[in-house]
Design a binder for this molecule. Sequence first.
Ligand code: SF4
Length: 380
Amino acid sequence: MNQVELLINQFLKEARNPKQTVTNVMASTGKKAFGCFPIYVPEEIIYAAGVLPVGMWGGQTQGSKVNAYIQSFCCSIMRANMEQGMAGTYDFLDGIIIPTFCDTMKAILANWPVAVPQVKVIPFVYPQNRTSEYSAQFLISQFRNFQYNLENLLSKKISEADIENSFLTYEKYRAAMREFVELVNYYPKTLNPKIRHMIIKASNFNDKAVYTKRLCHLMELIKEMPQEKVHGPKVVITGLMAEPEQFLDLFTENGYTFIADDLAHESRQFRTHARSEGTAIEKMAYRIIDLRGCPFFYEENKSRGTMLKTLVEKYNADAVVVCMFKFCDPEEFDYPVYKNELDKDGIKILYLEIEQQMDSVAQLRTRIQSFTEMIMNKIK
Ligand code: SF4
C-alpha cells in the first residue's frame, strides 16, 4: 500500500468510526468535545474555547425509543441523533448546539432536554430573511449569546484573541476543502464518489487544524501522481447529504465523478468566502448573510437553480443528481423551483430519494444504471 492509500484509508477508518475517532482526538489533544447538530453552527466559538466541535449528522441506528418523542415521518438524521442520545452514545459530550432551521429541529430542541437530560443543549436561532442590516446585527448578538452560554456551561472564559485564532484555523480548513473538491476533477479514480465523501465526512470528528494539515499533505502527494481521465458520467450532486456508503458505491461502480457538489454536508459548509473586513465574529455573521442557494434560508429570488446551472456549465457536467433525504421539508420545497429552471435549459436530472437507514439499495442500483446508460449513449 502506498502513502496515498495509507492516508486515504486512515480517513475512511475515521469516517466509519466517529465515536472512536473523537475519543482518540480527545485523548491526543486533551480536549473536551461538544456536539454540533447540522448545520452552519458557530464551530469557531467552540474551538476557541479549546473544545472539539463534533459534527452530528446521524448515522446507522437501530431501535425505536425515539418514537416516544418524534414522529416516524421525521428525517432519518434527526431520528438517529435522538435515538443515539437516548442510548447514551453522546454522554461523553460536554453539551450540544441545535439550530432551528426546520420543524423537525424545533421538535428535537423541545424534546431533547426531556429525552436526553444528561447532555445539555444550547439552542441557536438564525435570521431567515437576511436582506436587512439588522439580520447581521441579530446574528452577531446570537453568536455572543452562544458564547455566553458556552462559557457558563464550560465554566471558562473565551477571549477575543482565541476567537480570532480559531476563525483563522477554520478559514484555512475551508480553503483546503475548496481545493480538495477541485482536485477531484483531476483525480476522479483516486477520489471516487465514496472516497471523496468519506474524506470530507472525517473532518466532522477531527481537530480542524490537524485535519487540515493531514488533508493538505494528502493533496500534495496526490498532485505528484499523473492526472487521471474521467470515463463515466460527470455530475453535480445536490441535496442534504449523500449517504449511506452503499449508496455511494453505486456511483463508484458505474464510473461516476462528482465533479462538484451542492450538498449541505459538504460544499455548502465551506464554499462561501469570508469578507476581508471586520472582527472574526462579524466575518462569521457575514459568511451566513452572503451564503446563497441554500434552502434553509429565505431568498426572495431563489438562486439555487442558477447556481446549479453555473456549476454544470463550468465543469461541463452531464447531469445533476438530486439526493433527496426523505421527509426533509426545506429540501423538498426547493426542488420544484430549481427543477423547473434546469428543465428549461435541458439539463438532465436524476432524482433519488434516500435515507440513512436503507435496508436495500437494489432499486437505486437499477435507476442509476439506467441513467448511466442514457447519459453514456448521449455522450457517444
Ligand atoms: S428535515 Fe431536513 S433540515 Fe430538518 S433536520 Fe431533517 S434533514 Fe435537517
